[in-house]
Design a protein around this ligand. Structure first.
Ligand SMILES: Cc1ncc(COP(=O)(O)O)c(C=O)c1O
Length: 446
């Protein structure tokens, strides 16, 4: 076993390090509007981050659900190191290797539905989402994708076209977006007053049928729909139970492919191995990334059907896709998840935390709490005007948490604080982190 590296306790002169940091990186990485945390990391282990001043933080982000097994899981590190020494790097379509075969077999064993029989490997979540769209558009020989407003699939031009997180994220590229049409995402928390969750899901499907298909694009020009079973970057939006089944029916009616983007929600995050399993639907393509390799190596995958991946030849892939050591890390990840029953743990700890954060709705400025497994969110609004987001107070709560040694996930959904700790976090650490968040919310009420 490779022993974990000790985390440096003190790297002096953080002020000077920040100065050097700001001098080198693009503004997006440090400006007040976009900088999400003000800690410069010197080391990470388990659920702990350590900054350059030696201060420790509980990581409630899992690095955007990438380190689902915690930071630097020793068994994944050992397997990866050994594989690097054995294989180095190989181009996967020219020199196929044992680790990619073993990973593909693992993925098929844990797939969300039995229609998925083929595995395409990529490097990033963006590459997986874009690869899935490529399979859909090329195999279907239809040019348009249906997306849902608020979804995030990456920042490349292709994924930016099918995604629509914010209009700012699409600025300058709006005119490229002719390859996609968008319907509202049926987030339960955003349904109009007086509508039940299922009625809202039905309303969105009617909107697609009666408005988009009638006024904007004919159904036989659409290759497929891309859907996030939980839209995490939007602010952990959860759709009504029946919506995905309705979307599946719509896809079948028009010969569309259904793409399930599990890049952030997959690999146990929501208390099931795949988020789509909450909704009882078989997708045609599934994009997987982030936590796939236990957080140590970049790798992603697309699962697909025989029709899409064998009957059609789609040129997709990238040099470093399916890196042998990343494949080994990913296979080991599934072994650890199964052995340590981490999916069940995510469901159990998530249900406990969900109950706890639900109590925070007693604060006037907490307008909604929600979650599935260890994928939880707290939404802040202006007291008395629950539909008016409160990004200023949210930011205050976020930085208060950071000052007190807890890092919640705080990003584009800028009035939402998200809780996505490693599935391995101890109950004591999680309780302590939630105590800290509760304290920050209480202080923000004043
Ligand atoms: C649902 C979803 N799809 C795709 C991506 C893009 O993945 P990556 O940043 O690894 O390219 C993300 C990233 O957050 C995501 O959340």
């Amino acid at each position: 076993m490779v022993p974990p590296k000790p985390v440096p306790k003190k790297a002096p002169g953080s002020r000077e390090l920040w100065r050097r940091y700001r001098a080198l990186f693009p503004k997006y990485f440090w400006s007040e509007e976009t900088r999400h945390a003000s800690i410069l990391i010197a080391g990470a282990q388990g659920s702990t981050l350590v900054d350059v001043d030696g201060k420790e933080y509980i990581d409630l982000t899992s690095q955007w659900s990438t380190n689902n097994l915690g930071n630097v899981h020793p068994e994944i590190l050992e397997a990866t190191t050994e594989a690097l020494g054995r294989y180095g790097f190989l181009i996967y379509w020219m020199n196929p290797h044992l680790p990619m075969l073993e990973l593909a077999e693992h993925l098929i064993r844990v797939r969300p539905s039995s229609n998925l029989t083929r595995v395409f490997l990529e490097l990033s979540g963006t590459g997986a989402a874009e690869g899935a769209v490529k399979y859909a558009v090329e195999a279907q020989e239809r040019p348009v994708m249906l997306g849902f407003m608020g979804q995030y699939h990456g920042l490349s031009i292709g994924t930016g076209i099918v995604g629509s997180l914010t209009s700012e994220a699409r600025r300058h590229w709006e005119a490229y977006a002719g390859g996609a049409v968008h319907a509202p995402y049926p987030a339960i928390s955003r349904r109009p007053d007086g509508m039940s969750p299922e009625e809202y899901g039905g309303w969105v499907l009617d909107f697609v049928r009666d408005e988009l298909l009638h006024h904007v694009v004919a159904p036989d020009r659409i290759a497929g729909a891309i859907f996030e079973p939980v839209a995490l970057e939007a602010g952990t939006w959860i759709p009504p139970k029946g919506f995905l089944r309705g979307l599946r029916r719509l896809c079948d009616e028009h010969g569309w492919v259904l793409i399930d983007d599990e890049v952030e929600a997959g690999v146990g995050r929501t208390g099931k191995m795949w988020a789509v399993e909450h909704f009882g639907v078989a997708p045609d393509l599934v994009a997987i990334g982030k936590a796939l390799s236990g957080g140590l190596m970049p790798i992603s995958a697309v699962l697909g059907t025989e029709r899409l991946m064998v009957d059609h030849n789609v040129a997709a892939g990238t040099t470093f896709g399916g890196h042998p050591a990343a494949c080994v890390a990913a296979s080991k990840t599934f072994e650890v998840i199964e052995r340590d029953r981490l999916v069940e743990r995510s469901a159990r700890l998530g249900a406990r935390a969900r109950k706890r954060i639900g109590e925070w709705e007693r604060f006037d400025h907490v307008v909604d709490t929600r979650g599935l497994g260890l994928c939880l969110a707290v939404e802040l609004g202006k007291p008395g005007r629950p539909r008016a987001p409160d990004p200023v107070r949210t930011r205050r709560v976020f930085f208060d948490c950071v000052r007190h040694g807890v890092v919640p996930l705080y990003s584009y959904g800028d009035h939402v604080l998200r809780i996505q700790p490693p599935l391995t976090i101890s109950e004591e650490e999680l309780d302590r982190a939630l105590d800290t968040m509760e304290g920050a919310l209480r202080r923000a009420a004043r």
